[in-house]
Design a protein around this ligand. Structure first.
Ligand code: F6P
Length: 323
């Protein structure tokens, strides 16, 4: 490869800028020309592609969001869209791509690469941590720490008023933010899409705790849980325990923004550096992950299909520690 493009795609995640910076500077270090593609695949289709130099990524390692902007692009799911995108890359002589995003973005990259034979390297950038083949995804640590900060604050009010708070965190298909933030804030229970919730048991344990005056109660719910989020869970609980003073708090997009934590900056820098190394050593269509502190490459196909499993052990620990 001699000219590479870098883009961010799907939901933004803190640390994406650190990854862009690493890709640009490693590319330049190796004498490559590096282009930034604006708004993910949309920018590829619209020819919104700009040359990047070392200075263009100055002062961004600490910034949330993404200087390249991001989008979820429907047109790229059509062959016509991908063809247009390829022609724009060809015009500029771009012969390798780094895609920072989640599984939807990798699905697009895989299709694109199969059709047009351009090497695509994926970096896992999502707050959800729902990608196989890596212990970390860029943005998760920041998002979960934001959730922990917020839930700690909610706990003050839960305590002052003896209320039961149902807090909703992000995660349409994945319960990692809920699991980690719930454990770290001492939640009574955690409801996640990956496992079924025994509502009878939850109602029973909340009622029992109320009786023995265990007054601070927090339940953390992932937005994609089987009941459909915190409002729905609260409605069931209010009906079943009418005497409980129940409140709902939906944390929402505060979890997507903000300055990345040290961990997110580190993994983004490491992964970004290795993405360029992958292109230089002729790797095709892999995602760069980190497993047991070692670099780990997963074919984009597998990073897409396999989701991480949430261990039953954690769910057991939650219940025991909340007693
Ligand atoms: O994938 C990240 C994520 O924040 C999910 O947790 C959430 O369900 C989704 O994106 C929301 O996406 P948006 O607000 O961009 O439509």
């Amino acid at each position: 490869v001699t000219k590479i493009g870098v883009l961010t795609s799907g939901g933004d995640a803190p640390g994406m800028n650190a990854a862009v910076r690493a890709v640009v500077r490693t590319g330049i270090y190796h004498g490559l020309e590096v282009f930034g593609i604006i708004r993910g695949y949309s920018g590829m289709i619209d020819d919104d592609i700009i040359p990047m130099d070392s200075r263009s990524v100055a002062n961004i390692i600490q910034r949330g969001g993404t200087i390249l902007k991001t989008a979820r692009c429907k047109e790229f799911f059509e062959h016509e869209g991908r063809k247009k995108a390829f022609e724009n890359l060809k015009k500029k002589g771009i012969d390798g791509l780094v895609i920072i995003g989640g599984d939807g973005s990798f699905r697009g990259a895989q299709k694109f690469s199969n059709e047009f034979d351009i090497p695509c390297i994926g970096l896992p950038g999502t707050i959800d941590k729902d990608i196989a083949g890596t212990d970390f995804t860029i943005g998760f640590d920041t998002a979960v720490n934001t959730a922990v900060d917020a839930i700690d604050k909610i706990r003050d009010t839960a305590d002052a008023h003896d209320r039961l708070f149902i807090v909703e965190v992000m995660g349409r298909d994945a319960g990692y933010i809920a699991l980690h933030s719930g454990i770290a804030t001492g939640a009574e229970n955690i409801l996640i899409p990956e496992s079924k919730t025994d509502m009878e048991e939850l109602v029973h344990s909340l009622t029992e705790k109320e009786k023995r005056k265990k007054l601070v109660n927090l339940v953390v719910v992932a937005e994609g849980d089987e009941f459909g989020g915190a409002n729905e869970v609260a409605a069931v609980i209010k009906k079943r325990i009418p005497q409980a003073d129940v409140r709902v708090c939906i944390l929402g997009h505060i979890q997507r923004g903000g300055s990345p934590t040290c961990l997110d900056r580190l993994i983004a820098s490491r992964m970004g550096y290795h993405a360029v190394e992958c292109l230089l050593t002729g790797k095709h269509n892999v995602m760069v992950g980190i497993v047991n502190n070692n670099l780990y490459y997963t074919p984009l196909d597998n990073a897409i299909k396999a989701k991480q499993k949430i261990s039953e052990e954690w769910l057991k620990i939650v219940k025991i520690l909340a007693s």
